[in-house]
Design a protein around this ligand. Sequence first.
Ligand code: 5AD
Ligand code: SF4
Length: 452
Amino acid sequence: MHTAELQSIPTLTQIGQGEGVYISTYGCQMNENDSERMMSLLEMMDFHSVPTPEQASLIIINSCSIREKPVHKVHSEVGRYRKMKEANPRLRIGVTGCVAQQEKDQLRADIPLLDFVLGTDAIDSLPEVIARVRLNNEPVVNARFQHQAPYHIETLIRNPGVSTFVNITKGCDNFCTFCVVPFTRGRERSRPLQHLLTDVQKLVDRGVREVTLLGQNVNSYESECGVNFAGLLKQLARQTGIERIRYTTSHPKDFNEELMDVMAEHQDKIMEFIHLPVQSGSSEVLERMHRGYSRDEYLGIVEMIYSRLPNAVLSTDIIVGFPGETEAQFQQTMSLLNEVAYENIFAFAYSPRPFTKAQHFSDQISESVKSQRLAQVLALHKETSYALAKQYLGQSLQILVEKFDDETGRVSGRSRQNKSVYFTGGRELIGQTVTVHIQEALPLVMRGERVV
Ligand code: 5AD
Ligand code: SF4
């Protein structure tokens, strides 16, 4: 190639030419984080984020396949962009995330106007992929898992604010019989301990006060030098300047006393809010789900948590209508919800997922029974959550302030128990932890007044 030709090829950092990117994100916090990572990488290539697809010359659908019609959702979203693509030959459209991983080449075969399909382990190849689709106009499908490569990523976030998420593990080895994640996110991998300590300290240096450690199953974290999740929490609390540490999601089968000891010892930094998905209150159903604990074992963990951290606040995930779930077994879930005072629950009707064992179970439950059971769970939780919220009335909570709203003159933030609280205050409070007296308490949000 001649030098003149070489000079006319833009470097990776120039490929965006200041044009717009629109990312449409579905699903969990992992995906939110992946979208942020993609946007950070794209900004390094001279793209910038735009609020609507019409303003973009690159559109990415970051898909989720955990429940219900995920492929259909991708088809219908791409369908909405078809005309835009016809009118604008520069427009490139790609799909990332779990549907991309699950469907791979099939997705592009079914939707030829897609320029790229990138699996969950291929996000960091985005710059090269965009270069190929923009410069060579060549479609790219990359959905290989990096089974051998070490899991070395630094948190990439444009404006981290006061509170941010940090991935500590990816993938999952548990193979719950209903869940597609082990197939879309691959085998579990942990980030090296020292990288995490440095990463969190760098975020602190950028003004971050709170991190939420993120993984499908954070408490099976194991560093290359054998440090477990309890050890990671301890070192983050002792060796970094972070003020508040949270984590999600923890698996009941890996929740142990050592973790409780560290949480109890470092209550100043580790928040006593624990998301502990139970899925079902019936031991038989839990067995068929391959969850690795019984109802009594789960209740034992809850007891241990309250005995060591009396102010702990729990939340959970529930699946109703798992194949073969009898009315009596469902009632055990209802009774568990009466027994454990969850402040928050995420309840779902079971939906069969590709690759999973439970999709082949012969005793699938009808949609109408599933939705009746879901409605019962939600109604019961509504009652409980209002009653639990009332307990906060008159209490003084420690609020880490995250936002200021110009229009209302209010600031908002979260309590140690992850309650959203707003009160009158100024922008200068952002990043500070202040005491707030609660005057109105609803399940999702509370209003208070600063105590000075
Ligand atoms: N059907 C319904 N809910 C599911 N979840 C995971 N897979 C399924 C499925 N096939 C729920 C579980 C999990 C949460 C993230 O999503 O409750 O904890
Ligand atoms: Fe899915 Fe179970 Fe792994 Fe959670 S622990 S991601 S529910 S397989």
